[in-house]
Design a protein around this ligand. Structure first.
Ligand SMILES: C[S@@+](CC[C@H](N)C(=O)[O-])C[C@H]1O[C@@H](n2cnc3c(N)ncnc32)[C@H](O)[C@@H]1O
Length: 274
């Protein structure tokens, strides 16, 4: 994480952000009202947060393979489950937003890059139990814990693929029909982020939504986010600071980037443990 870049990006976001009342697009307004501005709680949230609490107390050591942005020094590392749970997982307010997005959009097939221990995956799955969900994780030891969690919640619709995104994506993308939602939460570096975006683009439809996690995590990620927004295929983007949402429906003359602030979630919660 690049703290200076983070602070600068947050100030830019915050000073430029508007509430959803100022939106001119009825489609985006509806989307925000039904996702960001929805503060209902669900039984599923409690079940998944209970699992997170157990993971946060689990001292079991795992031998993990780090294929992501933290892999510059050594790829093999030993980490306890509680260390992974406290550093790598999306906080509950972000996961609840993922659930609401799935609940509202009802995607037919969801693809997640970066399963980790399965917390965000379980929220995505609970949002619409009829959706097919494919999630990819590079580390077998971490994936095994995620699988244990999915089976505890009896989430049989999740297909977990273990391996490097770069190798798995070309094999699975042609087999996925109706790729309506993609959540990219792994390998937060410039080149891989652009590469994964370009790899999935041909498989999306005009109603698909792609969510990028940690768009301002580093200068590299900020740069990747700027380029993704500028892509010809992109019509609208929603910048929530912690997530960047990308839409493709060409129903506007001009590309639009909405920096949104909202009442139920506060972006600075990112820096407060959930
Ligand atoms: C931030 S964590 C995902 C957290 C999870 N989505 C959640 O919120 O519960 C990112 C995960 O992506 C995996 N990863 C990173 N780069 C990868 C790559 N190139 N191929 C496969 N997995 C990768 C890491 O092993 C790590 O478990």
């Amino acid at each position: 994480m690049d703290l200076l870049n983070n602070i600068k990006a947050f100030l830019q976001y915050y000073l430029g952000a508007k509430t959803y009342y100022n939106l001119h697009s009825p489609r985006i307004y509806e989307f925000i009202t039904n996702t960001l501005e929805d503060d209902r709680s669900y039984y599923a949230f409690d079940k998944i947060e209970e699992i997170r609490t157990h993971l946060l107390q689990d001292n079991t050591s795992l031998q993990i393979l780090d294929l992501g942005a933290g892999s510059k020094t050594s790829k093999e590392k030993t980490r306890t489950i509680k260390e992974i749970a406290s550093s790598a997982l999306s906080p509950s307010y972000q996961c609840k937003l993922l659930f609401r997005i799935v609940q509202y959009l009802k995607p037919r097939h969801i693809l997640e890059l970066g399963t980790s221990l399965g917390i965000s995956t379980m929220y995505l799955a609970e949002g619409n139990t009829k959706a097919k969900l494919t999630s990819i994780e590079g580390s077998q030891a971490i994936a095994d814990i995620a699988l244990r969690n999915f089976s505890y919640l009896k989430q049989t619709q999740i297909k977990l693929k273990v391996g490097n995104f770069d190798e798995i994506l070309p094999n699975i993308l042609p087999q996925i029909e109706n790729l309506d939602l993609v959540y990219i939460d792994g390998n937060h570096q410039y080149e891989p982020t652009i590469k994964y975006f370009e790899m999935i683009l041909p498989y999306l439809n005009e109603n698909s939504l792609v969510i990028f996690d940690d768009i301002y995590w580093s200068k590299e990620m900020s740069q990747a986010w700027q380029e993704i927004k500028a892509s010809n295929s992109v019509s609208q983007t929603i910048d929530l600071y912690f997530f960047g949402l990308v839409m493709f429906k060409q129903d506007f003359k001009e590309k639009q980037d909405h920096k949104i602030t909202y009442s139920t979630l506060k972006p600075w919660q990112k820096y407060i443990p959930s």
